[in-house]
Design a protein around this ligand. Sequence first.
Ligand code: SPQ
Length: 437
Amino acid sequence: MISFTVHPSPQLHGTLRVPGDKSISHRAIMLGAIAEGTTQVHGFLEGEDTLATLAVFQAMGVAIEGPRQGQVTIHGVGLQGLKPPAAPLYLGNSGTSIRLLTGLLAGQSFAVEMHGDASLSRRPMRRVTAPLAQMGACIQTTEAGTPPLKIIGTQPLMGIHYPLPVASAQVKSCLLLAGLYAKGTTCVVEPAPTRDHTERMLTGFGYSIQQEGQQVCLQGGGKLRAMTIDVPADLSSAAFFIVGATIANNSQVLLQHVGINPTRTGVIDILRLMGAKITFQNQRDIGGEPVADILVQSSSLHGIEIPRELVPLAIDEFPILFIAAACAKGKTVLTGAEELRVKESDRIQVMADGLQAVGIDAQPTPDGMIIHGGQLAGGTVKSHGDHRIAMAFTMAALRATDTIMIEDCANVATSFPNFVQLAQQAGINLYQQESKA
Ligand code: SPQ
């Protein structure tokens, strides 16, 4: 068991580079593995989630060197070159791994089983297994529709036209990966834009996709050609320091080389609507993904009604946005975010409980939260093993009057392995304790 003790910390400062983007790192391994030729990845996230993805492709016969300081070399085996693994595949805490792999593996000629930790074993999988069944896949889940998953991958897949019932990049990506193996055309229609890293990377690997409005289509049976991928720093990890510098007094932080793909920047738009001073510097395009250095200065925030169209574009940043709302003047209202209830934890309930434990008036609703800004006190917060909850409450120390204890923080290593060191370096009085569970 790892817990964090965070003492009140007056300021945040420095020039920081947070680790590589988790979503892009997963996709780099998956597409590199089924491409023809050798793919080089720079800036790969060496976190537990992406290492789980890397390990399962090694288990399916793909030679992968690294990671060594973010460098990975993948010797692609082509679309048909994966081998049956000797044992069930373990995906730890990673929803992205299991959902994207379900699509990719549904089209193989071998059977495979996938499982994960206690949190992953509670996450809904019917959102991917139902459309894959329409494509002809045969996949078993538990009665509750959760992992372990058994894919009996013996029959050829057929392309489908699928309107997504929820805005989910994981479901969209899962179906596009299955579509690579399907006869004919696979089309996915999104109810609202979600992160488009899969589409951008498929294009980079030379695979033709057709995009029109909210619809993306591809034809099965093509080829991916190896490429070099430069993974930008993860905006979802940078978000903790962006909010930290915003809520702290006399603070300024420069975050280097951060991905600012417009399908991910909802957090910036929401913070700017609340009054945050955030500027993008040195904007550039790196291998098909927009990147910038992000300058953040202390700001006084005010509460807002968060526009619903920004919700899918900021879906992973609500834990830290709730901390921003707790430090803002007035009321912040979030609606249309019921997806938060099925992440690594129920992020609505767990954040509301944590905010109340440190003296904030936070009322959970079925699809969001109502937060009245106020004075953060000290207290004990349970993260429920959710990395983003643990990191969000760490930043609360920049405005708290007393010490905050955060329990169950080991999973910070899934997405941000050097978080403790970077937070300490930037000015947070953070101590990590390890005890026997
Ligand atoms: O991988 P996992 O566990 O699902 O991770 C999370 C996170 O907070 O890191 C969600 F809990 O990110 C998802 C994100 O919420 C990563 C992702 C992707 O890479 O495609 C898409 C989002 O999920 P969804 O279900 O909205 O598509």
